[in-house]
Design a protein around this ligand. Structure first.
Ligand code: FMN
Length: 426
């Protein structure tokens, strides 16, 4: 059996599954129940000067039958005092010395205040510190959270202040509400960060009530933009994790954003994460989901012959390239398994109106539509296979062109060598 323990910027964790700083890590009682359920670590709900929250704080986007595909919140950091939080951290560490407790911190941008909170968190027994430079609402209006994370100089400066006082590893949590996350990651590294975690939530408005015109979640008929997370944000988070990993900063990454299953965990690791953090999936299904993550990751590692999660770290990164490096001579076309086709005609409609007019349709009097791929026309865009409601009915098959690989850089330097590439259906 693979050993699931990991070491993250010097912090040893029984497994790579950590709870993200959020409501599930609001109290010592919750964190201890999470550890009993199998979580290896917890990043405490962000500690700072206690705030006042609004009532009505969350809203969500459902998709089809899936509830909370995306979750939005306008909640701030902890509303409990630092004294209570630090006391509970001490208790948790006393009872669970081998589990990881990270103190997430956010205070006003003053060197002495940061020094004070670093000292208090470490005195309480935290294994490390996570700097919340990502909260996109409320706190940012007070010059904290994303207001720091969006300005690389501030990120660097505050990380430096923290490092002046810190004896434990410092993780900088990055905001996705920027144009290029590598600037923020570089600034954190420049300031001395031992690791980065990403992503925090994405600026969002989840919807408007069509009768009252109130944005959701409505606070007496008004709202502000919130932070979006959950399964909907996973693709954005994966891309940002890959970008930071490819920046080769030499510090580890804790991947966050839309993780619900062990498969999500593996994807984050393959793109460069050493540990992962989970919030929405636990808010939705409870601490128990970690049992499946542990089983799934263990089985996957065993099946693939890997000894530990560390063996997965960054393995997919060589395949994440620039567009200009992709092979223009690689060709796939759609293939319909007629035995599985239910004759709905959706692939035809999608291809005809929304893509490349490469499917022929013959409606039958009884209502069914027969479809046939026009192979000479098909550009291999995948759309028909994506809209097809029947699993594995439309698959994409590789066409042997007999042509050697050529990428955009090679093509654009001597286009006359590849006249066939000018034909969109080549
Ligand atoms: C209600 C709520 C409160 C949150 N509070 C915090 C917080 O106090 N500090 C922080 O760093 N991140 C906070 N987050 C962000 C999460 O830690 C996490 O970065 C984000 O939700 C993405 O992960 P997920 O898709 O697994 O939810 C919060 C998220 C939610 C939904």
């Amino acid at each position: 059996m693979a050993d699931l323990s990991v070491t993250f910027c010097g912090i040893r964790s029984p497994n790579p599954f950590w709870l993200a700083s959020a409501p599930p890590t609001n109290t010592g009682d919750q964190v201890m129940r999470a550890f009993d359920a199998g979580w290896g670590g917890a990043v405490w709900k962000t500690i700072g000067d206690p705030i006042v929250n609004v009532s009505s704080r969350y809203s969500s986007v459902d998709l089809g039958g899936v509830r909370m595909m995306g979750l939005n919140n306008i909640e701030l950091i902890t509303d409990r005092t630092p004294e209570i939080n630090f006391k509970e951290i001490t208790e948790v560490k006393k009872r669970y010395p081998n589990h990881v407790v990270i103190a997430s911190l956010m205070v006003e941008s003053k060197r002495e205040t940061w020094h004070e909170f670093v000292r208090r968190a470490e005195d309480a027994g935290a294994d490390g510190l996570e700097l919340n430079f990502g909260c996109p609402h409320g706190m940012s209006e007070r010059g904290m959270g994303a207001a720091v994370g969006q300005v690389p100089d501030y990120t660097c400066q505050i990380t430096e202040w923290v490092k002046e006082a810190a004896k434990t590893p410092v993780i900088v949590k990055l905001t996705p509400n920027i144009t290029d996350i590598t600037y923020a990651a570089r600034a954190a590294k420049k300031g001395g960060a031992d690791a980065v975690s990403l992503i925090n939530t994405i600026n969002s408005i989840t919807g408007i009530d069509l009768d009252s015109f109130a944005p959701r979640p409505s606070v007496a008929g008004r709202s502000s933009h919130g932070g979006y997370c959950g399964p909907a944000v996973k693709p954005i988070a994966l891309n940002m994790v890959a970008s930071v990993a490819q920046a080769n900063l030499g510090i580890p990454i804790s991947g966050i954003g839309g993780i619900s299953t062990w498969r999500d965990v593996v994807e984050f690791m393959l793109l460069g994460s050493t540990t992962v953090q989970v919030c929405t999936a636990v808010m939705h299904h409870g601490f128990r989901i970690v049992a499946d993550m542990i089983d799934g990751l263990s089985n996957y590692l065993d099946d693939k012959g890997f000894a530990s999660p560390a063996d997965l770290c960054g393995r997919a990164l060589p395949s994440v390239t620039k567009w200009e490096e992709l092979n223009l001579n690689y060709k796939i076309i759609a293939n319909v398994d007629q035995a599985k086709c239910i004759g709905c005609g959706l692939c035809y409609v999608a291809c005809n109106d929304g893509a490349h007019q490469s499917i022929e349709a013959k409606p039958r009097p009884e209502g069914r539509t027969d479809v046939r791929i026009l192979e000479d026309h098909c550009v291999g865009c995948n759309l028909c296979s994506l809209v097809c409601p029947v699993y594995d009915c439309i698959t994409m098959k590789k066409v042997e062109t007999g042509r050697p690989p050529v990428n955009w850089k090679e093509y654009s330097s001597s286009p006359d060598k590849y006249p066939y590439l000018k034909d969109p259906h080549h």
